[in-house]
Design a protein around this ligand. Structure first.
Ligand SMILES: *Cc1c(COP(=O)(O)O)cnc(C)c1O
Length: 450
């Protein structure tokens, strides 16, 4: 029989529950704090921003949460997503390693983001909310939320980081096609935006600023809530459908991963893939090394401080204990827009502190080199973000080649690059630079921690 390349599940195998890793950890992560009182935030502090169902999921101690049938129904448009064995890449590298990737680019918007956008829109609609606000960096999250809002008849208003608004007109058109309204951030529409523009009239924006604008708008209108595409516990919870499916697919393949790598912006695709495997590891059923990969220009886990910090630039969010570069940090304009966040999911940060995962940082030239290599062997052109994960896969596969070891490597290919091709253009033209973060810049930014 020919060698198998693709492991697909039936619709009937679509998971019925998301997995919450928190009750399986040796200790729970530190709670978010109210910036004024420094006491843990209560549900009433979050109610202006999120529907009750998501607030409950944010703090739940249940190991499993049922996926509503209305959500599974939308998931079926593209889920279960395929798991591929990268045989062509393996051959191109001449490695004895077996490389697998779980491909999330099959969703309507081309990334893993709808896995959480859909349930977030669903719970808001169910509680009578009529409009959602959000931020978007690379445009992936805004597109996902716009699509999800269209499924449940919600209005969607998106603040898109200025640099990406100007560079990625197709993402804006995609959001508008789904019915969303898109503003460049910083904008004149919010106090947070106006404050930035006053001091920096030509600001290219940041995720932190765009979050401030979206949060400010939601807090002012009782029918509007805010949606966040990464970082929070409920987002990572929804993304665990990736890892749950991958576990079933590894059963089909009759294999077990030794190394799991994923790119981390706010930590959601990484956590989504890794947590179900971490459950198996903590239960002693397998023992994969789990490795987060971040950009050298925005290295929150590897060079940030583990401290309470704001999730946004204006300081409107609760304080989150996380690996942070400082909430005023504005990363160099690297091409992986989805990885340009100053902080990290508090849950991933906590798990990193517990020593259950590793982290490395890689410069973007090596990442795009990996992306091109992957495209030329496997065919899929990876989004700029997962090129970081692929660069780490290739590093590991080449180590295996050197020492003649047959490791099994798994990664999440969390999106394709069809709307990010100018980044490949820059790489192919030799115009891409590695923006190393200097110690002085980092120190200055960390000095602003609350
Ligand atoms: C948003 C995004 C990321 C970064 O977010 P995480 O929460 O860390 O997953 C990575 N890859 C793609 C394709 C994205 O859209």
């Amino acid at each position: 029989m020919a060698e198998q390349t693709k492991y697909v599940l039936d619709e009937a195998d679509l998971p019925t529950q998301w997995y919450n890793v928190i009750p399986d950890l040796p200790e729970p992560p530190p709670p978010p704090l109210h910036p004024g009182t420094r006491e843990p935030v209560g549900p009433e502090d979050l109610a202006p921003l999120f529907p009750q169902a998501l607030i409950d999921q944010e703090v739940t101690t249940d190991r499993y949460v049922d996926i509503p049938e209305e959500v599974r129904d939308v998931y079926r448009l593209w889920r279960p997503s395929p798991l591929f064995r990268a045989r062509r890449l393996e051959r191109a590298l001449g490695t004895p390693a077996r490389i697998y990737y779980k491909y999330e680019g099959v969703s309507p918007v081309g990334s893993h983001k709808p896995n959480t956008a859909v349930p977030q829109a669903f719970y808001n609609a169910q509680e009578g909310v009529t409009r959602l606000t959000t931020e978007t960096g690379a445009g992936q999250w805004g597109s996902a939320l716009a699509f999800a809002c269209a499924q449940y008849g919600l209005e969607c208003e998106v603040w898109q980081v200025r640099a990406s608004y100007d560079q990625k007109p197709y993402r804006k058109l995609m959001m508008e096609t789904y019915g969303a309204t898109v503003h460049p951030s910083p904008s004149e529409l919010t106090e947070s935006g106006r404050a930035i523009l006053k001091d920096h009239p030509d600001s290219t924006g940041s995720l932190g600023i765009a979050i401030s604008e979206a949060v400010e708008q939601a807090a002012q209108d009782p029918d509007t809530r805010y949606a966040l595409g990464s970082v929070l516990n409920h987002v990572l919870l929804h993304q665990t459908i990736i890892g749950e499916e991958a576990l079933k697919q590894f059963e089909l393949a009759g294999d077990t991963p030794d190394v799991l790598v994923g790119c981390t912006g706010g930590g959601s695709n990484f956590g989504g893939l890794a947590f179900p495997f971490l459950r198996e590891k903590l239960a002693g059923r397998m023992d994969p090394v789990i490795r987060a990969v971040e950009p050298a220009a925005c290295p929150s886990l590897t060079r940030g401080k583990y401290a309470y910090d704001f999730g946004d630039t204006a300081g409107l969010t609760p304080l989150l204990k996380m690996h942070t570069l400082g909430h005023e940090f504005i990363p160099d304009p690297i091409h992986a827009g989805g990885l340009r966040y100053h902080g990290m999911s508090p849950l991933i940060s906590h798990i990193y502190e517990l020593g259950l995962i590793e982290a490395i940082a890689i410069g973007q030239q090596e990442c795009f080199s990996a992306g091109v290599r992957f495209a030329r062997s496997e065919g899929i052109i990876p989004a700029p973000e997962p090129t970081h994960a692929l660069a780490a896969c290739i590093q590991e596969a080449l180590r295996c080649k050197e020492i003649g070891e047959e490791k099994v490597i798994l990664t999440a290919l969390c999106g394709h690059a069809h709307l990010d091709l100018p980044a490949y253009g820059a790489y192919l033209a030799g115009d891409m630079v590695d923006n190393e973060l200097s110690e002085a810049t980092l120190e200055a930014s960390l000095a602003t921690l609350p």
